[in-house]
Design a protein. Structure first.
Lengths: 58, 314
């Protein structure tokens, strides 16, 4: 019983269901942001270098 | 072994750091302030005498918005103690305990770094440097230093809020000119009457929090006088973009008409000093000042965005 009252610190942090849900939402938000940022940087690169960047040099 | 267990148990010490969802982090960015920053930066971009590719313009505005959000998060990290005391700010994520101060700090710093580096890549180093200076000025000079030490806090600190059009202009042209500095001047002079109108009504809040706003330090009478003087200066400076060619006739008509309305509201604040009517006059000035700034910059966005000035010289 004493082990229930004082969790073993080696088991790390225990999350509540709400915290787990928020962590999942945070991860999704970070993933979406990184994906959009990558797409934006790709578009910026194409605009800055021009469409010629995709053509092989003669 | 994973440090985070999936078992639904009572959270241990430290688990509170995992409490916030995306909504709370978004609130750290001060979205309403961010929208004004984006709008004024857009005006700066459009006013520039060069055409900017829409993708570059969008990426630059996104970086400026992220920079403004980062400054907001750093502000909420530092000011959590006084935010908890004031009714206007006690529902922010840090005082509510939804986001830990350390989380807000690292979120703000990370976002600031990403924003500045992104602007350097998408626009130029001058714009990125100006954005970094804006974040520094708001988070360190205003929030950490001026806010709790002088009634001129929002006067000097207003420079941070006034810089976005300069950053937008610099992103487009790679330079700072009188054209962008006049937009800076408008927001800079607009800030004191805008915030002091609110401070007149919320002076009790600021007094409890120990923030030396003008009404608490110099008194309501002096604040009313300064509001009127700043508003007179604002109405005059707001017309300046017209002779400079930054604004056209639509802008000029709006700046004159809305400027007269601002003076009217400021005069009412100056004259009405007692009871509910005084608070109402102050809140009307506060509300109208937001509309006023929006109208001025909307006129610039419309004139330059639709090419009215470039095509017809309007």
């Amino acid at each position: 019983m004493s082990a229930m009252a004082e969790p073993d610190p080696r088991q790390g942090v225990r999350l509540t269901p709400q915290q787990e849900r928020n962590r999942r939402l945070r991860n999704i938000a970070i993933g979406v942001c990184i994906g959009l940022l990558a797409a934006l940087f790709y578009a910026v690169t194409i605009v800055k270098l021009g469409p010629g960047v995709l053509r092989p040099e003669p | 072994m994973s440090l985070v267990s999936r078992e639904p148990m009572t959270p241990t010490a430290g688990a509170v750091e995992y409490a916030a969802g995306p909504r709370e982090y978004f609130a750290l960015l001060k979205p309403r302030v961010m929208s004004l920053v984006v709008f004024t930066a857009l005006a700066g971009l459009l006013v520039a005498p060069v055409s900017v590719h829409p993708v570059i313009a969008f990426a630059s505005l996104l970086a400026i918005a992220a920079g403004a959000g980062a400054a907001g998060a750093l502000n909420m990290w530092w000011d959590a103690d006084i935010d908890a005391i004031m009714s206007r700010t006690c529902n922010r994520p840090v005082p509510l305990g939804l986001v830990q101060p350390r989380e807000a700090l690292f979120f703000g710093l990370t976002l600031a770094l990403i924003a500045v580096m992104s602007l350097a890549v998408t626009a130029n180093l001058l714009a990125a440097g100006l954005l970094a200076f804006t974040i520094f000025f708001y988070a360190v000079v205003y929030t950490m230093w001026l806010k709790r030490s002088t009634p001129q806090n929002i006067v000097i600190g207003g420079a941070a809020g006034a810089l976005p059009p300069v950053v937008g202009y610099a992103a487009a042209t790679g330079s700072v000119t009188l054209d962008s500095l006049v937009l800076f001047a408008i927001i800079f002079i607009w800030t004191p009457p805008h915030f002091w109108a609110l401070a007149l009504v919320k002076s009790g809040d600021y007094a409890r929090a120990g923030v030396p706003m003008m009404p608490n330090v110099k008194g309501a009478g002096r604040t009313r006088l300064e509001i009127l003087l700043y508003t007179l200066a604002l109405a005059a400076i707001a017309v300046a973009p017209w002779p400079l060619g930054v604004g056209g006739r639509i802008y000029a008509a709006l700046a004159i008409a809305a400027g007269l309305a601002m003076i009217h509201f400021a005069w009412r604040v100056y004259r009405t000093r007692q009871g509910r009517e005084a608070n109402r006059a102050a809140m009307q000035l506060f509300g109208f000042s937001i509309l006023y700034l929006f109208l001025l910059f909307a006129a610039l966005v419309v004139e330059h965005g639709s090419g009215l000035i470039e095509r017809y010289g309007l």
